[in-house]
Design a protein around this ligand. Structure first.
Ligand SMILES: *[C@@H]1O[C@H](CO)[C@@H](O)[C@H](O)[C@H]1NC(C)=O
Ligand SMILES: *[C@@H]1O[C@H](CO)[C@@H](O)[C@H](O)[C@H]1NC(C)=O
Ligand SMILES: *[C@@H]1O[C@H](CO)[C@@H](O)[C@H](O)[C@H]1NC(C)=O
Ligand SMILES: *[C@@H]1O[C@H](CO)[C@@H](O)[C@H](O)[C@H]1NC(C)=O
Length: 264
């Protein structure tokens, strides 16, 4: 009377083995061979700076300068270089409008180019990197060695000092390696162009009644600052577990089949 039992067990073992083998053989779906469409290699994220800056901001004045000085090519080339990357500080259109004292209008072409290059660092820096940068002293910009910026990190707020311009990062427009674009309040004026004879900054007197639009601008600016935060990329979920489900389902089915066979 033992024979049927042994037979059942053998059947079960055989069933389990075959299902397991079948599951392993099929679980990573075998790539269909000889299909001409090549699997697309994970393309390095190409960031089109022109496209990005033309929709954010408004940064039209800065973008116009970038294009007229051809500095956009230097920036884009640096952005394409995924080893180094780029960090750009972009003043909003308002910042150029508010620029009265040293005018940009009588700068030579070469000076204007340097001024625009002065707005970028030849490396990607996340906002968190600036606390480290602030202890390093003056940081060279893309405009060259004597065109340097000082950074200070004030509990998460990044302040920039060019000598002439003291400003801060008010918003992270884009911050994913290799491209960081941060909005700043002011145009960065380098000492290397305007000299070290910096006039004392007069407190900007609010002119009531003259420009309601400009006055209305400051509170909105404030709220932007408080809401600004570096972008976080969504974490990618692993598809590994989903793949394994196939095997498990087959094992469970086999076990069920065994149960049925044994109890019959
Ligand atoms: C980048 O974007 C601009 C504006 O959208 C477009 O004119 C230009 O052709 C783009 N460049 C590349 C290389 O895709
Ligand atoms: C940057 O890369 C894009 C896409 O590969 C290319 O079309 C563009 O010409 C490159 N630009 C520069 C300045 O290297
Ligand atoms: C621009 O013009 C002002 C006077 O209008 C002058 O003081 C200044 O040096 C000029 N700047 C340059 C870079 O030529
Ligand atoms: C940057 O800081 C150094 C001291 O660490 C100072 O000598 C220099 O003048 C500063 N430069 C600017 C542009 O603020």
């Amino acid at each position: 009377m033992e024979f049927p039992r042994i037979f059942m067990f053998s059947c079960c073992a055989l069933l389990l083995c075959t299902t397991l083998a079948y599951g392993q053989a099929t679980s990573p779906p075998a790539p269909v061979a000889m299909i001409p469409t090549p699997t697309p290699a994970p393309a390095p994220a190409y960031i089109n700076l022109t496209a990005l800056l033309s929709v954010a901001g408004p940064f039209h004045t800065f973008l116009d300068y970038l294009e007229s000085t051809k500095v956009i090519d230097t920036f884009q080339n640096q952005a394409n270089n995924t080893d180094q990357g780029i960090t750009i500080f972009v003043p909003k259109d308002n910042a150029f409008k508010g620029l009265k004292k040293p005018s940009l209008s009588n700068l030579s072409g070469e000076q204007l180019k340097s001024l625009i290059l002065f707005h970028a660092l030849p490396k990607f820096y996340s906002l968190a990197d600036f606390s480290e940068l602030s202890i390093k002293g003056p940081i060279s910009t893309l405009a060259g060695g004597q065109f340097a910026l000082n950074f200070t990190d004030d509990s998460g707020t990044v302040h920039l000092d060019s000598g002439w311009s003291k400003t801060k990062v008010t918003s992270a427009v884009h911050s994913t390696d290799p491209v960081a674009i941060y909005q700043v309040d002011k145009v960065l004026l380098p000492e290397a162009i305007f000299g070290t004879d910096i006039p004392p900054t007069p407190a900007p007197a609010p002119a009531p009644g003259i420009s309601p639009a400009a006055a209305a601008d400051s509170p909105s600016e404030k709220s932007k600052e408080s809401s600004s935060s570096p972008e976080t990329s969504p974490s990618t979920s692993s598809s590994h577990n989903i793949m394994n489900l196939g095997i498990w389902r087959q094992l469970v089915l086999a076990a069920l089949a065994c149960g049925v066979v044994l109890f019959c």
